[in-house]
Design a protein around this ligand. Structure first.
Ligand code: SAM
Ligand code: SF4
Length: 456
């Protein structure tokens, strides 16, 4: 098998620079999807699948607004200029749900994830309105996890009580840093002390799982600054902590403003990440993702693990949201609020692009996403696809075992990648050969070593 490390470095960069959903390890990558996505194809796909598939269905809702745009952010959201935008957006979201909900009449929703952007920017009344509308449209009677993302300054005690009432059992709080200088430099709206108050209140109202997002390597953030933040966060005892290394993709304002981080800073960032994970381990958190650690397995994002373990479908609603209809199609909504609303005003689904899925695509996606976590369970692979992983990927497995990146046991394929960078490169060896050949034509190699400044 050919050594494709350089090529996969370039492909990773292209993916990170183009996937505004942040779902960068989905397969096939978003930049290859067809712009001529049709409403019929989406309706047909949901209709066809739902008769066969009865569990682990997820709903993701993207609330695309933030008080201000953080310069480091690589996700799709827009600055909220006027609160009336929220009213208009909720009206469109209801229209989108109205167009799709009939497909789900007989379905029980297994997970609900409300992310963004900043969902907590909605007022208490709007949060109630959203949950009531959802409850009247879908069956959440067997929903095991409801996640809500928020910024500490907007998560007031009143809103937290509302979230608890609507059975939110995992709150994910964006904090990034507790160093006000770093926060201000990133143009982030977050006031000193708001996080400490928020986590105390979230515990007081009894939200079961609290996840905290921190970032490493932000402009102006020293090693000491990061460690102080981490120490303070651990002291407040959340259930899960994400340590996101800063990736300055082309989608960030940072890179759009032609700012760069040097390879020295990247090395420092990665070293801090390593130290951060060791500290988390010493404090009772188990590494269950490359960039996150939690006290218990139940604290993870179940919608994501369902998608991986069961190849389950999820319905993405809101601008920029991705949907996956297992064995049929992946599609993404328009990533402008105006375009999204206009399409729904015209009675059409707000589709940006789509990709019909083959069984081969689903098998590749399953393997690369499982390798991000515990590995590929061979029995589960057989149950899902009626094929043996050792036969389907014989050549890829042989090569990756030979270079020590995976271990092949009787029951599983176990990842041996030392970090997210290695995972990103070596998991791509499972990509479809035709796709790899196309990439070779599209990305002529410049250097002889994997680019030090890749952000994976
Ligand atoms: C979709 S954002 C939503 C978080 C929430 N709006 C907040 O910031 O309060 C999820 C997380 O991705 C991380 N993130 C955003 N931009 C990033 C980048 N360029 N590199 C690495 N992680 C990033 C941040 O830690 C952020 O909390
Ligand atoms: S990090 Fe969060 S608050 Fe900042 S721009 Fe991104 S989504 Fe908005």
């Amino acid at each position: 098998m050919k050594n494709n490390d350089l090529l996969f470095g370039e492909v990773s960069k292209k993916i990170a620079d183009s996937d505004f959903s942040g779902y960068t390890f989905q397969y096939p990558p978003l930049f290859t999807w067809d712009k001529k996505a049709s409403d019929e194809a989406v309706h047909d796909a949901w209709e066809k699948r739902l008769y066969e598939q009865t569990d682990h269905l997820g709903i993701y809702i993207h609330i695309p607004f933030c008080k201000q745009r953080c310069t480091y952010c690589r996700y799709f959201s827009k600055k909220l200029d006027d609160r009336s935008e929220l009213t208009d957006f909720l009206a469109s979201l209801k229209k989108e749900i109205g167009l799709l909900k009939d497909h789900f009449k007989k379905q029980k929703i297994h997970t609900l994830y409300i992310g963004g952007g900043t969902p907590s920017i909605l007022s208490g009344v709007q949060i109630i309105e959203l949950f009531e509308f959802l409850r009247n449209s879908f069956d959440f009677s067997e929903c095991v996890q409801t996640v809500f993302e928020g910024n500490p300054d907007f998560l007031t005690l009143e809103k937290l009580r509302i979230l608890k009432k609507y059975e939110v059992n995992r709150l994910t709080i964006g904090v990034q840093s507790l160093d006000q200088k770093v926060i201000d430099l990133a143009n982030r709206f977050q006031t000193t002390g708001s996080f400490q108050k928020c986590i105390k209140n979230a515990k007081k109202v009894g939200i079961e799982t609290i996840n905290i997002d921190l970032m490493i390597g932000l402009p102006g953030q020293s090693g000491d600054s990061f460690l102080q933040t981490l120490e303070e966060v651990i002291r407040l005892d959340p259930d899960m902590i994400h340590l996101h290394p800063f990736y300055p993709t082309r989608l960030t304002t940072f890179t759009k403003n032609e700012q760069k981080i040097s390879s020295r800073e990247i090395k420092k960032r990665d070293k801090m990440g390593h130290i951060g994970h060791l500290i988390l381990k010493q404090n009772g958190y188990a590494d269950n993702e490359f960039d996150a650690a939690s006290k218990e397995k139940k604290d993870i994002n179940i919608q994501l693990s369902d998608a991986m373990e069961f190849n389950s479908s999820f319905l993405g609603l809101g601008p920029g949201a991705v949907s996956h209809v297992e064995g049929a199609i992946r599609y993404v909504n328009m990533n402008t609020v105006g375009g999204y609303e206009k399409s729904l005003d015209d009675g059409r689904l707000p589709l940006l692009s789509a990709r019909e899925l083959t069984k081969n695509d689903d098998m590749i996606y399953h393997v690369i996403s499982c390798l991000r976590y515990d590995g590929v369970d061979k029995k589960r692979f057989r149950r899902l696809f009626d094929r043996d992983v050792d036969t389907v990927f014989a050549e890829e497995i042989e090569y990756l075992v030979k270079i020590g990146q995976i271990e092949n046991t009787a029951d599983s394929l176990i990842p041996k990648f030392s970090d997210l960078g290695e995972y990103t490169i070596f998991s791509k060896y499972f990509y479809d050969k035709v796709f790899i050949a196309d990439c070779e034509k599209a990305f002529p190699m410049k250097g002889t070593e994997v680019d030090d400044e890749l952000y994976f």
